[in-house]
Ligand binder design. Structure first.
Ligand SMILES: NC(=O)C1=CN([C@@H]2O[C@H](COP(=O)(O)OP(=O)(O)OC[C@H]3O[C@@H](n4cnc5c(N)ncnc54)[C@H](O)[C@@H]3O)[C@@H](O)[C@H]2O)C=CC1
Ligand SMILES: C[C@H](CCCC(C)(C)O)[C@H]1CC[C@H]2[C@@H]3[C@H](O)CC4=CC(=O)CC[C@]4(C)[C@H]3CC[C@]12C
Length: 369
């Protein structure tokens, strides 16, 4: 706990603060950061839930803005002590053009860095992604790896390419002199697949299961492990890293940390069933019902359909060659770097993360009826 001289003096800015992760970061900061005086939430689309936050002791400032617009970013950053840059375009389904993904994720990040430098903000935390490492286009497994595990990171898809470039910009910016002459301190967090309250893809799977009469059909072998982390723990790690970066700049500046917790290692589908099962869905098959070559064919067909239908409508199904490769490649992390460097321990146990997520899916069910 901060002493009273330190209390409530800091201004934080969260970009993308109205997204799935961003909302959890915002709420976690308000609950767990005693030094907070003002919290600025910058997003392209502001959520109505922000209103309820404005009645608390911390000044909450909602800023509607676009990270691709340097002047809007600079205005939001000016006077902030810490920036948590989580805004990004998360699209692996072909909804957005590669150019737009690059513009938001790479140029947007460049704008955030330049704003810090120009206005004198010293601490920058970037939400990167496990995708910066892999799975790579060769489908090589990454089994319980850590930040130093050698892995051939080769990407073609616009999303991981953009995250990798943005992360590099953030890490290279560590040590740059900001206005006033002090050095910028940066670091990047790499969450694995995030789940929890507000997870759109979980919602999509749930609705798909309901449409199929309460069933989902296994497409991926149960032996393929996929790393997942609870959104509350990802948010907690952001809060902690932002706090400790101010005290341990020499150790933490320019570092990357996988974002992890005690969620079990399972296949993507089996993991989802931990929540969808208690909500009444069943995963049919102990092995994939369709052979891999047929799934690959269907995935390629989806790409063709997306292209053909583009002038008429946006066809962006969950299955495409990239998502299939992702789901079908083992990628799990096992590390304690965040614990060693800044004392991170998950705030939510697996049981609590699971219960909270189930409750949320049940509420989605209730609201859909
Ligand atoms: N969802 C996941 O499993 C993972 C996500 N991440 C990263 O976490 C971050 C947050 O992701 P999610 O919360 O899942 O996505 P999200 O789409 O729910 O949130 C992103 C937020 O950024 C905002 N945004 C998008 N373009 C913007 C722009 N031009 N200017 C200002 N705001 C803009 C959106 O309005 C949205 O509120 C992203 O940087 C993503 O790359 C990393 C690992 C896993
Ligand atoms: C949608 C995929 C599962 C569909 C499989 C099918 C069609 C055979 O049933 C998801 C499998 C893996 C997911 C990605 C992964 O968790 C890592 C990610 C990290 C990010 O930074 C953003 C999200 C994502 C790319 C995530 C997206 C959905 C999957 C591809």
């Amino acid at each position: 706990m901060a002493d009273s001289a330190q209390a409530q003096k800091l201004v934080y800015l969260v970009t993308g603060g109205c997204g799935f992760l961003g909302e959890h970061v915002v709420r976690m900061l308000l609950q767990q950061e005693p030094q907070l005086r003002e919290l600025r939430i910058f997003d392209l689309h502001l959520g109505p839930w922000l209103e309820e936050l404005k009645t608390g002791p911390v000044q909450v400032t909602a800023i509607q803005g676009d990270v691709t617009q340097a002047h809007e970013v600079a205005a939001a950053v000016a006077g902030a002590h810490v920036v948590i840059h989580t805004a990004g375009l998360v699209d692996v389904f072909g909804k957005t053009s590669p150019e737009t993904i690059h513009e938001v994720n790479v140029q947007g990040t460049r704008n955030v860095i330049e704003a810090c430098v120009q206005t004198g903000t010293r601490f920058l935390v970037y939400t990167s992604s496990m995708e910066v490492v892999g799975p790579n286009i060769k489908g090589q497994p990454f089994y319980r790896g850590n930040e130093n595990t050698p892995y051939e990171a080769v990407h073609r898809h616009p999303y991981p390419c953009s995250k990798a470039l943005a992360e590099q910009l953030v890490l290279e910016a560590n040590g740059r002199k900001v206005l006033g002459g002090l050095p910028l301190v940066t670091c990047a967090l790499r969450p694995t697949g995030i789940y929890g309250e507000g997870h759109q893809i979980m919602r999509d799977f749930y609705h798909q299961g309901l449409r199929l009469g309460g069933r989902l059909f296994r497409a991926i072998p149960a032996s393929v492990e996929h790393g997942r982390v609870y959104v509350g723990n990802v948010a907690w790690m952001h809060v902690l890293v932002a706090r400790e970066l101010q005290h341990r700049a020499a150790l933490m500046g320019g570092q990357v940390y996988f974002c992890y917790d005690n969620s079990p290692y399972k296949s993507y589908e089996d993991f989802n069933m931990e929540f969808l099962g208690p909500c009444g869905l069943r995963l049919v098959g102990t092995r994939p019902l369709l052979p891999y070559w047929l799934l690959l064919f269907l995935a390629a067909l989806n790409v063709l359909l997306q292209w053909l239908l583009r002038p008429l409508l946006l066809y962006a199904p969950l299955l495409n060659p990239y998502t299939l490769a992702m789901a079908n490649t083992t990628f799990t992390v096992s590390t304690d770097k965040a614990r060693r460097h800044f004392g991170y321990e998950p705030l939510f146990s697996w049981e609590e993360s699971r219960t909270r997520t189930i409750r949320w899916v049940q509420a989605v069910e209730g609201s859909a009826q």
